[in-house]
Write a protein that binds this ligand. Structure first.
Ligand SMILES: [Zn+2]
Length: 128
């Protein structure tokens, strides 16, 4: 095998991988529900920690490659879990990425995530 032939195969594999990644990203973006940040998003959304019962702190969470969840029966996600298997509305690929509303209990270190939607960051001076 010549070096140029090996380079051609390597480049083809790299291009195919990029196209597959692009297809996954397009698919995820098409399924995502992104809404603008407004202060009324938080009204009526207070939760007590399921462990200690104190009020959870409201905030935002951004999940790098999405929330990859697996049922207890199936066991933890494996090393080959990928963004295509992430829960809906847990990945934002925008330059100004959207985030999930979340609540946490700092003492118990429990996190509650709303992934019914992604919330786009407010423009300057936003109060959400
Ligand atoms: Zn707690």
């Amino acid at each position: 095998m010549t070096v140029s032939w090996a380079l051609w195969i390597g480049a083809s594999v790299a291009i195919a991988a990029l196209m597959a990644l692009w297809a996954i990203v397009r698919h995820l973006q098409g399924k995502a529900c992104e809404i603008p940040a407004t202060s009324d998003l938080w009204s009526g959304r207070s939760y007590a920690c399921p462990d200690c019962g104190t009020a959870m702190e409201a905030g935002w969470v951004m999940l790098g490659k999405g929330a990859i969840w697996s049922s207890r029966d199936k066991g933890p996600p494996g090393a080959f879990a990928h963004i295509g298997s992430a829960l809906p509305n847990t990945i934002s690929l925008s330059l100004r990425p959207a985030a999930n509303m979340a609540w946490r209990c700092p003492s118990c270190r429990l996190l509650l995530i709303d992934h019914s939607k992604l919330v786009k960051p407010a423009r300057q001076g936003g109060t959400a």
